[in-house]
Design a protein around this ligand. Structure first.
Ligand code: MEV
Length: 306
């Protein structure tokens, strides 16, 4: 039996504008994980997705089923054309919540199959395989989710450019609050694209401003100027609101976190639901977590970015 796992992720700055070529910053969240377990035996290849209660026979699945597609492309990469095994997929990363569940599940599957065949598959290859499946999940993904999860480190990401890592001069803490409402990334990204097509100049300006926030945030993180990050998160959230991807539930959690002392807060990922993050420190972390739960967060994760 072989098991591999991959973390969730948060976008600290720059979601949506990153689809249009602006920079964004993302970091892995190891408190939530997707795992893939391989057991040899049986007839053919069976994928069991525990969380979605699906059992998929690979030879009967359609070409666009994301789990079947990542298994097929990985086996092709490994030069394997037939096998008898079962792949069980589990995830503690909530689906459609902005934490990268799709990319993490795909990454865990690639890594488990590589381990099963004793083949070293480098991060760039994992990234490329997972990106193809992200297109099935999201339509026009920037590639940031697969990159941060495949490399499992904080990244400064610009679509189509080589991965850039950076130094976190002073670790900082974020609380991640879940609205409990599904916010499918594909729908949010599609709506932003429609709005952009209708009001191109306005959206290009907002995307430029989001990109400038991400650039300034990188400088602040590298300089250890954590106090600047709170203001930058707030500014990023104003712009996310402008491009219509916030929601009343996200705003309620953001307000609660700020009232309890968070230095800044914003939604993460596609938005419209899913998760938000708040910048906290040791003195106000417990109060912010309690305030998020009081305001209706279905779960709160505290993670340190380092
Ligand atoms: C999704 O985690 C982030 C978005 O910017 C979409 C993407 O980058 O592909 C909303």
């Amino acid at each position: 039996m072989i098991t591999a796992s991959a973390p969730g992720k948060i976008i600290l700055f720059g979601e949506h504008a990153v689809v249009y070529g602006r920079p964004a910053i993302a970091a892995p969240v190891t408190q939530v994980q997707a795992t893939a377990t391989i057991r040899p035996g049986g007839h053919g290849i069976i994928i069991q997705a525990i969380d979605t209660h699906e059992t998929i026979a690979l030879d009967r699945a359609g070409p666009n089923h994301p789990l079947a597609a990542i298994v097929r492309s990985t086996l092709k990469h490994l030069g394997i054309f037939t096998a008898d095994l079962s792949i069980t997929v589990r995830s503690t990363i909530p689906i459609a919540s902005g934490l990268g569940s799709g990319a993490a599940v795909s990454t865990a599957i690639v890594q488990a199959l590589a381990m099963w065949t004793n083949t070293a598959v480098d991060e760039a290859t994992v990234n490329a395989l997972v990106y193809e499946i992200e297109k099935l999940h999201h339509g026009t993904p920037s590639g940031i989710d697969n990159t941060v999860i495949a490399y499992n480190k904080p990244v400064y990401f610009i679509k189509g450019q080589p991965i850039q890592t950076f130094t976190v001069a002073c670790p900082f803490i974020v609380a991640i609050g879940n609205t409990g409402i599904a916010g499918p990334t594909k729908i949010a990204v599609g709506d932003v694209r429609k709005n952009w097509a209708a009001q191109r100049d306005q959206y290009e300006t907002w995307f430029d401003q989001i990109g400038a926030v991400a650039q300034a945030a990188r400088a602040a993180i590298e300089a250890g100027q954590i106090e600047r990050l709170g203001l930058l998160m707030d500014r990023n959230q104003e712009l996310l609101r402008a491009i219509t991807v916030s929601s009343p539930e996200l705003e309620r959690l953001i307000d609660a976190a700020k009232s309890a002392g968070a230095a800044g807060a914003k939604l993460v990922g596609g938005g419209r639901g899913g998760n938000m993050i708040a910048l906290v420190d040791e003195s106000n972390c417990d109060a912010v977590v309690a305030a998020l739960k009081d305001a209706g967060a279905t779960s709160v994760i505290v993670t340190t970015i380092q």
